[in-house]
Design a protein around this ligand. Sequence first.
Ligand SMILES: O=C(O)CCC(=O)C(=O)O
Length: 362
Amino acid sequence: MIIDKMYSSKDKFKNALEVLKEESHDLLHFHSLVPEVYINDQTWVWNFYRNYISKNMPVIIKNGCKDWPATSKWNLQYFLKTIPDKDVTVAITPNGYADGITKRNERNNDGTCITEEFFVMPEERTMKMKEFLENLQEPKNNFICYIQRQNSNLTEDFEELLSDIETEIEWASAAFNKQPDAVNFWMGDSRAVTSMHKDPYENIYCVIDGYKDFTLIPPTDLPYVPYKKYPVGTFKNVNINGYEIKPQYIQGDKCSVNTAEETNSKQCSEYIHTDNEEKDKQHEIIDWIAIDPLSPDLNCYPQFKYANVYHVRVEKGDCLYLPSLWFHHVQQSHGCIAVNYWYDMDYDIKYCYYKMLECLST
Ligand SMILES: O=C(O)CCC(=O)C(=O)O
């Protein structure tokens, strides 16, 4: 009797997820195409709210930032001429994956090797803008540069550029009924990839020069997007000859990169020597998406085939509305420049349903 009950509640969960899969596919994601619209008149704020925000559906706003001074001015040469000596914070990786999964090869004291996957954050380096731009003009192996700080770096760090853009997008602020929490500046190498993740923000992503390729998966597909637990690390001493991955350890309540170890580790892109001390410490762990949507390993994660995958290119002068909690993976043309506006999401009924889905799918 008890066993019957257990089986029936398990079947109920399975059935509930099946209903969500079919209904959301048939009603919302059948074509997996992001529509394109032009802002024509005063009704846009209302249309944007009614057709996209309230439905949590993405849209490309063609020419949304085409008339900003930035779109006709900003490019590599312009920055070289106007702000060559500006200090900028640059994320550096050997493989283009900042905040993504990288394999770390370790050699133990006994000479055996272990390969372990880490979630790795970039090395952050301050350099002159001209040095950053030189790295774009003459790309080097193992040294991939991306300005991608997400601390409202446009308003915080690039005040000299502010008059070329809008510090808030009027129609978006009106529709979201709030001001942006952050305005970010992005510029980087075509080898730099932003791995699949989601944010608790409504995002208006504006391409100023070049293009961005977004791969999107709706939040309703959470059951088919595999997560795994990874130890956290940071790239260190990245240069053309190699790099290190420094694990991040739990220290009491807070976590920090372990600096005591720095003197011990050899710089080498192939193998990292680990000592016993490292083994005794507890790694900081993060839950991160385990799949690359561009070449999914369907043997490991067969359920991923049920995900509705959208591919959309955002061209120069266009804006993407990327709704909150959508999974996104981002690539770019070389030297692409973008500005995005993060508006805090509404913690409404959609959010509550999403939290329920999280419980059902794990
Ligand atoms: O442009 C990128 O590389 C990433 C953008 C992104 O993840 C975001 O806007 O949330």
